[in-house]
Design a binder for this molecule. Sequence first.
Ligand SMILES: [Mn+2]
Length: 327
Amino acid sequence: MSGARPNDPVAAVVAALEAAKSLVVTAHVSPDGDASGSSLALALLLRARGKEVRLAIPMDDLGAPGVLAPFADFRSDAPLPEPDLFVCLDCATVPRLALPELRGKAGLWRTLNIDHHATNTRYGHLNYVQDDYSSTGEVVYDIAKAAGWSFDRDIAEALWVAIVTDTGRFAYSSTRPSTLRCAAELLACGVRAPWLNDELFCLADRKILAIQERALASLETWYDGKVAVIALSERDYIETGCTKSCTENFSDIPRSVRGSVLALFIYRLPGDPKTHFSIRARAPYSACALAKAFGGGGHELAAGATVEMPIDGAKAALKAMLELAFE
Ligand SMILES: [Mn+2]
């Protein structure tokens, strides 16, 4: 028996999920804690309803051994058959879907788009975009509550990972009273919060400290310290043995410069010909506006973009773009 009321927009989402027997669940490219945590939580919730679920997400280990371990149950190298429902989580646009072969499936397969990005392009047959939510994890929690589905510890921990990573451990402005009520209920389901906190935020391999040292050494500030910038090259990743997940929260480094209103983390990954920016802003400055100027997007205070320029060219382009605002 569903807990959703007939006029509730969430009811259509619950109905679509309940009606499907087979589902493919994916999220955005380079999945972060919210993308991978919300996807795993939904996969576990659906499996508990007797459904066949495939997670189509290239997951490395989030740099946190043992966290989201049930992910392995939903992976397969077999080709993806057309599912009854294709669920895209935490992904604002089709080109950002996790795997290139999925980008042609959105809209071709019956597509359910669940997200919290204001820039979401509503590319699904059914779109459930809650842009005032802290995280897609919190959106999935609400859907499960509306459906009357119950949570076990694995599900609660996957949602916890999604929410704590996207809220900066309940610190960002996106943290609402309802975020904490959701978190309270997840804790009551047995979430091992101190262990997850250590794994996700406090413990680092030596190689991460080594790349952090390089990131700190690269720090520059522009426009009287209002803009703080770090940059990591392909070489920095190769020589330290690091992957993208090792530098997940590195935009916190420039953001920690007192007086900064915009923080930029510019990086190039091994084998990837593009340059990525991760942008953080303090209100009233907009990370999203800057990201959009480079073809990217995201939230007001946290956004990103990808450009086909070397690091120095990207820096020069960013600096020039910001001149009007800060000079
Ligand atoms: Mn998110």
